[in-house]
Write a protein that binds this ligand. Structure first.
Ligand code: PGA
Length: 305
């Protein structure tokens, strides 16, 4: 049987996602290109791999065998990649790191300092939300992830390295701006500009209010912290953001922090990897760098106060 790795990769995506369209999107291919690869693979096997029942596609018995082996091949290729990276050592390795949207406010500074320390290394950085970070760890698309506390029960190793207080921001002229110790219940009448549902900040905020039996009104929903800050400044509502997203807005008087009882919400930043994964030396070096003194100076120098 003559088949190519590319055909197996395309097949694996179609089988996993049970959709030609979604596999085409994930692999950045056209749908006819995906169909052609599958047709060629079926010709090589001389057996059908999918069958269509109604609108859904299902694996045939041969398809299920192919799916098992295509996943094994994918896993072995990743392992080969890791072994090759290990042979290259730290000096020329490539770090695959993904960080939460909010963590990007300090991650690029850390990566710049790390690159100076190890000039031959390179990195790919993906900035995305919590759900997609967990997916990337599961599919081995990232070696390391910086995020809020990952959920219990997943096979992950998470090490806390910095606190991440969430604060309430308001425009300086807001009636509550001059009030001390505002009771949480008082915020029931206020509208909040919020992050998207998959955001760690949003999840923590919702949990905080829910645990205290206080409702809050959500107004506009935005996927970026900068957009939230601009919206709050423009008077569209209050916002809950990490203190790390605030740069010069407080000093410049464009935003103010509200003194609300129970705030800030105490969170932490974690460096997360899959438990038992053999980290490439460059990722191990980044781990040690982040837990070391240079990084902790950098991080405390960058903190808004
Ligand atoms: P996020 O931040 O809101 O940008 O997803 C991550 C977190 O605080 O967990």
């Amino acid at each position: 049987m003559h088949l190519t790795l590319r055909q197996l990769e395309v097949f694996e995506a179609v089988a996993r996602l049970a959709s030609f369209t979604r596999a085409a999107e994930e692999l950045h291919l056209s749908q006819p290109a995906v169909s052609m690869q599958i047709r060629q693979l079926e010709e090589a096997a001389a057996l059908p791999l999918f069958e269509k029942l109604g609108k859904k596609i299902h694996l045939t018995e041969a398809g299920r065998e192919f799916f098992h082996y295509s996943q094994e091949v994918g896993r072995l290729l990743c392992e080969l990649d890791e072994v090759v990276e290990a042979l290259k050592g730290v000096q020329t390795g490539r770090l695959r790191i993904s960080v939460a949207t909010t963590a990007n406010h300090f991650a690029t500074r850390l990566l710049a300092a790390f690159s100076q320390r190890y000039p031959g290394t390179s990195f790919s950085l993906d900035v995305t939300n919590r759900k997609s970070l967990l997916d990337q760890l599961a599919s081995n698309d990232a070696d390391l992830v910086i995020m809020g506390k990952p959920p219990e029960g997943l096979d992950l190793e998470a090490t806390a390295f910095m606190d991440n207080p969430l604060v309430i921001i308001a425009p300086p002229g807001h009636p509550l701006a001059s009030v001390d110790k505002i009771p949480l219940k008082r915020l029931q009448d206020e509208t909040f500009v919020v992050r998207e549902k998959q955001s760690g900040t949003r999840i923590a905020m919702e949990r905080f209010f829910e645990e205290r039996g206080v409702q809050f009104k959500t107004g506009m929903e935005m996927t970026s912290n900068s957009a939230i800050k601009h919206a709050v400044e423009a008077g569209l509502g209050l916002g809950v953001v990490s203190i790390h997203t605030l740069e010069l807005e407080l000093e410049a008087g464009r935003l103010t922090l509200l003194d609300v009882q129970g705030f800030p919400i105490e969170r932490h930043w974690y460096l997360v990897a899959c438990r038992g994964k053999r980290l490439p030396p460059v990722a191990r070096a980044f781990f040690d760098f982040l837990m070391g003194e240079e990084a902790s100076h950098l991080l405390s120098a960058g903190k808004a106060s």
